[in-house]
Design a protein around this ligand. Sequence first.
Ligand code: FAD
Length: 160
Amino acid sequence: MDVSVVVVGAGPAGLALAGELRLAGVGVVVLERLARPTGESRGLGLTIRTMETFDQRGLLPRFGEQATSPQGHFGGIPLDFGLLDGAHKAARTVPQSLTESVLESWARELGADIRRGHRFVGLDERADGVRVRAEAPDGPLTLTARYLVGADGGRSAVRK
Ligand SMILES: Cc1cc2nc3c(=O)[nH]c(=O)nc-3n(C[C@H](O)[C@H](O)[C@H](O)COP(=O)(O)OP(=O)(O)OC[C@H]3O[C@@H](n4cnc5c(N)ncnc54)[C@H](O)[C@@H]3O)c2cc1C
């Protein structure tokens, strides 16, 4: 095996998983098709649960000062989170680009092998794992792994 886990996609999900795997001592390669982050931000906040999780990992200081609010919603229904016990409120103004930047730095510090400019193109299932095929900047790349994770977004090629 080249590595225990290959994660496709360096969005928030793939980067968070890469960091968690490294914390557990698991080898991980992340394949991301984009050569560099877009800087775009679809998400603009952190939920309370995300705040708790980032706090558990010591990551909150990396986000700097955050504007928080006890007001939230579930499916558009207004909720007052101020009624809940807990150390955190939701953060309102955290662009997704910052979240991705923080998670990428954290995962790299923990030893995740994040390869940008690598587009997943296919997989072959094997009895003991999976063979992952990608287009790398210098040509085709094949990696063998125990597990392959599709964190490549809503139109995931891995899931297809
Ligand atoms: C229009 C829109 C508006 C949104 N607004 C909000 C909002 O206001 N608040 C909020 O919290 N959330 C919002 N979201 C949701 C939020 O953006 C997503 O939940 C989040 O991006 C999902 O993260 P992810 O890591 O699962 O996937 P993504 O962020 O989609 O990341 C997937 C990654 O996989 C990579 N990838 C894809 N295919 C391949 C391949 N073949 N090989 C290698 N890499 C590949 C992509 O380049 C990308 O970097 C919005 C989403 C959309 C589409």
